[in-house]
Write a protein that binds this ligand. Structure first.
Ligand SMILES: Cc1ncc(COP(=O)(O)O)c(C=O)c1O
Length: 387
């Protein structure tokens, strides 16, 4: 009997240690980790510089509250702004919180400027989190089922269709919110130029562009932030997952004129911007930038894609392979949920999403040899299952 609420159907292993792209369970079994805590430990498990930063900060101060100056917040916010776009940052603790903050900021901005309404257009298949406002923004029914009343103010349009967004904009709409590549929705990659078209549309119709980079950010797709693949800048960007390389934290980043809509008292978080999180965030971003981890993710991602194309050629059951950088998916025609446990037998952590898609999201420090190892394991699973 467990005292935990059953919000997860968990794999039958307990992971007790990790190093780089490898983890070990309590019985000493080693696994190649192709999940990285769902696109979180982008620098690999137990990265020495992040561990040192956390240890040094833990000796000094865990927490003090945002009632006081926290210089580490200033330092990390400045680093984020310098490496993204001219912006101000609000720190929180998760992706859902970052998106909640973005939704509130967009509403507050139009409340102050009076021109547009508070409604936000989102895309079918999106995933923005599990709080009430973020499930409302998440245009997948399964995440909303049984939680009525769902907050109003969101309008879902078909994915990848610029005309559908255009047609839905009226004076009640103040923003479009989207993931540059949909993660939980199935590694859905829009056509090149889609983000630019959304940006131009937002400019033309005078609404805000909110990019949820919770999963795509921090080097995952081969650029530090995924929007950098196109000539665009969002008005608001949300980050979480990899920003602390596993230390829980999130950030909502907004252009200064938009950020001004938040004043003391508008929004807050007890733990947001906590010194431990900031120390991890600074160390993580420093390594990302100094070692150009995003470029590495791009290069290894190209290699991965070559391997996936070959895998598809060898197995009829594979319907599609797609990805950018080290955010990739292998799509099947049938339910492949059993691959998660089949992976454990082969010494590899795998993650199936939408029951048909194998998500590949290893740490960005993965080597070509480790990619070969992962492909060989997936190949063996497919052969064993006669696929
Ligand atoms: C794009 C995106 N946004 C938001 C979230 C929610 O993040 P969290 O689980 O940290 O609340 C996720 C989580 O998978 C995500 O992929």
């Amino acid at each position: 009997m467990s005292f935990l609420m059953e919000t997860y159907s968990r794999m039958p292993i307990s992971i007790v240690r990790g190093q780089g792209c490898r983890v070990w369970d309590e019985n000493g079994h080693e696994y190649l980790d192709m999940v990285s805590g769902i696109a979180v430990c982008n620098l690999g498990h137990a990265h020495p510089k992040v561990v040192d930063a956390l240890r040094e900060q833990a000796k000094k101060l865990f927490h003090c509250s945002n009632l006081y100056q926290i210089p580490l917040q200033e330092e990390l916010a400045g680093m984020i702004a310098r490496h993204s776009f001219d912006s101000r940052v609000f720190f929180c603790n998760s992706g859902a919180e970052a998106n909640e903050a973005a939704i509130k900021l967009a509403r507050r901005y139009w409340n102050d400027h009076g021109k547009k309404g508070s409604r936000i257009i989102t895309l079918e298949g999106s995933f923005h989190g599990r709080t009430l406002a973020t499930v409302a923004a998440t245009a997948q029914d399964k995440f909303r089922k049984g939680f009525n009343p769902i907050p109003e103010g969101f309008l879902a349009v078909p994915y990848g269709n610029i005309e559908a967004i255009d047609a839905s904009i009226d004076d009640s709409v103040g923003a479009v919110m989207l993931e540059p590549i949909q993660g939980e929705g199935g590694i859905n990659i829009p056509d090149r130029g889609y983000l630019e078209k959304v940006r131009h549309l937002c400019d033309k119709r005078g609404i805000l562009m909110i990019l949820d980079e919770v999963q795509t950010g921090m080097g995952r797709t081969g650029k530090l932030f995924c929007y950098m693949h196109e000539m665009v800048e969002p008005d608001i960007m949300t980050l979480a997952k990899a920003i602390g390389n596993g230390f829980p934290m999130g950030a909502m980043v907004a252009k200064p004129h938009v950020a001004e809509a938040f004043v003391p008292g508008s929004h807050a978080s007890t733990f947001g911007g906590n010194p431990l999180a900031m120390a991890c965030g600074i160390a993580t971003l420093k390594v990302m930038v100094e070692e150009n981890i995003a470029a590495r993710a791009w290069e290894i991602g190209m290699y991965l894609m070559d391997c996936l194309v070959q895998l598809k050629a060898a197995h009829k059951a594979i319907k599609d392979v797609r990805g950018r950088g080290l955010m990739a998916g292998i799509e099947f025609d049938m339910d492949i949920s059993s691959f998660n446990t089949a992976g454990l037998d082969k010494g590899i952590l795998l993650n199936v999403i939408q029951s048909r898609i194998l998500r590949i999201a290893p740490a960005l420090v993965i080597t070509k040899q480790e990619i070969d190892e992962a492909i060989a394991a997936i190949d063996a699973i497919l052969t064993q299952k006669g696929l």
